[in-house]
Design a protein around this ligand. Structure first.
Ligand code: SIN
Length: 564
């Protein structure tokens, strides 16, 4: 099968304005805001978000932030759990750096005003999630941890004087060359949007450092825990600029989103793993435990193991039910106090979790791969940085350990912001000319794309299914045209197509099962596949190759001194 060909530039009106700044950041979740905050004392920072500040995934995170804070726990335990979850593809240096700096990240957030839940003796309350050998998840408002992190950082960034530009879509990277002929990022082309997603104007934000912190791409699936804004924009932009992505096939499916019927589409309510951390367990429609005998950690096994076990059990259709299982949380005392959001969501769906079983199913949740980058955001293109879920830093490998991502966002964003406040990349002296031909696909193709991804590229994958998905995406790609009306929805659809095609091609090439990439035709993990797959665009063709990550992880300050 030949690779799908996708647009190399998003079609939009000519630029009619220019802004110059030191640092431009695309994305307003934990990573982007942390980078802005850390860079701001020394730099002019413009933070661009296509929606409002809190529209991304951070706000929705329930479980919390993983960090070793209990004297009975150890950094070594956290490293070991992260490496075990990552199924052989983590970068141990990056993991060690994250784990070492995680406790400082929590204290930093508290200094900024974050209020985390406390136990009986005023110490931070710690819960457990899948794959963790100890209680080490800090949480806020029971299950509103992400909302508290987002609130804290939103307020801090505005107080620090970062220029926030909402309803602005980062279209494509502007690339230049330095005096000595090196390719470097020079800025970003941006479309200002009206309330319904129409383009009001297009401009250029020129900057010495361009930072992508746009999150993952859960919305390429019909059912996801991610909010509507999570459409892979930054990763697609990087690919179009010639920057490699890696490990895109490793999409983590959260084992338990609230199942609201076979027709439910879009963002689904998450039932945090912390509910299992507090004692809930999975049963099928015939009343049999799902995780018994599957893994020594049973219901608290790593997420890929639990999602796979649920999918296999559903395929057996116990008691005739093949699209969900149940979570029994009835033994959790005062569940509505410990998990207020989850309880409210269940009640909205007519379920009282204190007395009834909660119907749940896996849904797309987190992207373990992304643009190849170090933990301080450096990519293979000077001047271009990527942090948070959009980056593949080696921390997550083939399957992220629960609650490591908010922590990574804070640590990586802060590292990058601090680095940029010390040094800005060299300014380009010339702009790359001769832009690639521009096109878009119409937004109505999103429904077909999402259905194809959910049906054929879900938890369990087959070569036939991946082939079917590839052909559907190929057909959609043939509709790309410069005549499609430019809107936020069309920009997103085109980015989603780029990402979906890259995921399918990567999943097709990786003929083993590892972490959250499970092929029903292949065992694994296999020794010969202990490698990364890189993805790049060549004249719009998706090219997937075996290889190491484009940049090696650099680890500094093992004592955690990088964070303020
Ligand atoms: C959860 O609360 O289960 C999600 C936490 C995470 O994805 O890290």
């Amino acid at each position: 099968m030949s690779p799908t060909t996708v647009p190399m530039r998003l079609a939009a009106p000519e630029a009619s304005w220019t802004i110059e700044t030191d640092v431009v950041i695309l994305g307003s979740g934990a990573a982007g805001l942390s980078a802005a905050l850390a860079a701001r004392p020394m730099r002019e920072v413009v933070l661009v978000t296509k929606d409002t500040l809190a529209a991304g995934s951070t706000h929705w995170a329930q479980g919390g932030l993983a960090a070793v804070l209990d004297p009975a726990d150890s950094l070594e335990n956290h490293v070991r759990d992260t490496l075990a979850a990552g199924a052989g593809l983590c970068d141990e240096d990056a993991v060690r750096a994250l784990v070492t700096e995680a406790p400082t990240a929590i204290r930093y957030l508290m200094r900024l005003g974050a209020s985390f839940d406390e136990g009986a003796h005023d110490e931070l309350a710690l819960t457990r999630e899948g794959g963790h050998s100890h209680r080490r998840i800090v949480h806020a408002g029971g299950d509103q941890s992400g909302a508290e992190v987002q609130r804290t950082l939103d307020e801090s960034v505005r107080l620090a004087g970062v220029t926030v530009v909402e309803r602005a879509f980062g279209l494509d990277l502007i690339v230049g060359t330095t005096a000595d002929g090196r390719r470097t990022a020079a800025g970003v082309r941006v479309a200002m949007l009206d309330a319904s997603g129409g383009v009001e104007s297009v401009g250029e934000i020129l900057a010495r450092a361009v930072v992508v912190a746009t999150g993952g791409y859960g919305q390429v699936y019909a059912s996801t825990s991610n909010p509507p804004a999570v459409t892979g924009d930054g990763i697609a932009l990087a690919l179009r600029a010639g920057v490699e992505a890696t490990d895109l096939e490793f999409i983590q499916f959260h084992p338990t989103v609230l199942w609201c019927g076979p027709e439910a589409r879009g963002q689904q309510a998450l039932i945090s793993e912390a509910v299992r951390g507090e004692g809930a367990f999975l049963i099928d429609a015939a009343g049999r435990r799902v995780m018994e005998g599957v893994h020594p950690q049973a219901d608290l096994a790593p997420r890929d193991v639990v999602a796979t076990a649920i999918s296999k059990r559903m395929s057996e259709a116990p008691a005739g039910v093949d699209d969900h299982v149940y979570l029994d949380a009835r033994a959790i005392e005062r569940i509505e106090e410990r998990f207020p959001t989850i309880t409210a969501k269940c009640r909205e769906a007519g379920i009282d979790p204190a007395r009834e079983l909660i119907p749940v199913a896996p849904a797309a949740h987190y992207v373990c791969g992304g643009v190849a980058a170090t933990l301080d955001g450096t990519t293979s293109l000077p001047g271009f940085f990527v942090v948070g879920e959009a980056a593949a830093t080696g921390v997550h490998g083939a399957n992220r350990l629960a609650s490591n991502s908010l922590t990574e966002g804070i640590v990586a964003g802060t590292r990058l912001g601090r680095a940029l406040s010390w040094n800005l990349p060299e300014a380009p002296t010339r702009r790359e000319t001769d832009p690639a031909p521009a096109a878009l696909i119409d937004s109505y193709h999103r429904a077909a794309l999402r259905s194809a991804m959910s049906r054929w590229v879900g938890v369990l994958r087959t070569p036939v299914g991946l082939g079917n998905a590839g052909r559907i995406l190929d057909t959609l790609a043939r509709n790309a045209s410069a005549r499609v009306v430019p809107t936020r929805q069309a920009f997103e659809a085109t980015n989603m197509l780029t990402i979906a095609a890259a995921v399918v091609e990567s999943a097709r090439v990786r003929s083993e099962s590892r972490g959250c990439h499970r092929r029903t035709d292949a065992d694994g993990p296999l020794e010969e596949w202990t490698c990364h797959l890189t993805v790049r665009l060549e004249s719009g063709d998706i090219v997937v190759a075996r290889g190491e990550r484009a940049v090696e992880s650099r680890v500094e300050s093992p004592d955690g001194a990088v964070l303020p």
